[in-house]
Design a protein around this ligand. Structure first.
Ligand code: HEM
Length: 150
């Protein structure tokens, strides 16, 4: 039973991870360069608006299924309040991963709600967008380490 729940959560987590990271990279490497090559088409904004609910849904799914994956493996509140947990390889990777997820969440809100709607997109918009892409790939790699117990 526990294994079935774990597999179902992992499937959801992986589906959401591919959706989020794939979407961010597609914007970085396809939509943004295309918009620069053919400006004023209005397509990038429309794409952004259309993809946003999917991307936020994926991010939300990751934030919910991540802690559930820990719980199913017996890593609950009683484990994570122990200092010993956070000095293990798994604990350090988890702390780094959770910190990066929080950072990506903040940068995404900043990018979409504050920088993005401005008519005159700044260099900051591009830099923050790239940082979200880079950090998302780092989170994915941290996930690989966690799955190895590291
Ligand atoms: C942008 C957000 C996230 C991405 C892209 C992501 C990505 C991934 C990936 C790709 C894996 C699977 C690696 C594999 O099967 O080889 C994974 C595993 C895992 N993730 Fe995430 N993750 C995210 C957020 C979170 C959060 C917020 C948590 C919990 C705080 C979390 C906890 C875990 C755990 C515990 C595993 C390993 C499960 C196991 O023991 O096998 N993840 N993650």
């Amino acid at each position: 039973m526990r294994e079935t729940v774990f597999l179902m959560l992992m499937a959801l987590h992986l589906l959401a991870a591919t959706t989020w990271v794939g979407g961010v990279l597609f914007f970085m490497f396809a939509v943004v360069p295309a918009a620069r090559a053919a400006p004023s088409a209005g397509i990038p904004d429309a794409l952004g608006r259309a993809f946003r609910p999917v991307a936020y849904g994926a991010l939300g799914t990751l934030i919910v299924t991540g802690p559930l994956l820990l719980l199913v493996q017996g890593i609950g509140p009683r484990t994570i309040i122990r200092a010993r947990f956070w000095v293990s390889a798994f604990g350090v990777t988890l702390a780094v991963k959770a910190g990066l997820v929080a950072l990506v969440l903040m940068l995404t809100v900043w990018h979409d709600a504050i920088l993005g709607p401005r008519a005159q997109r700044s260099r900051a918009t591009r830099i923050v967008g790239r940082a979200i892409g880079l950090l998302s790939v780092a989170i994915l790699l941290a996930g690989l380490l966690l799955a190895q117990g590291l």
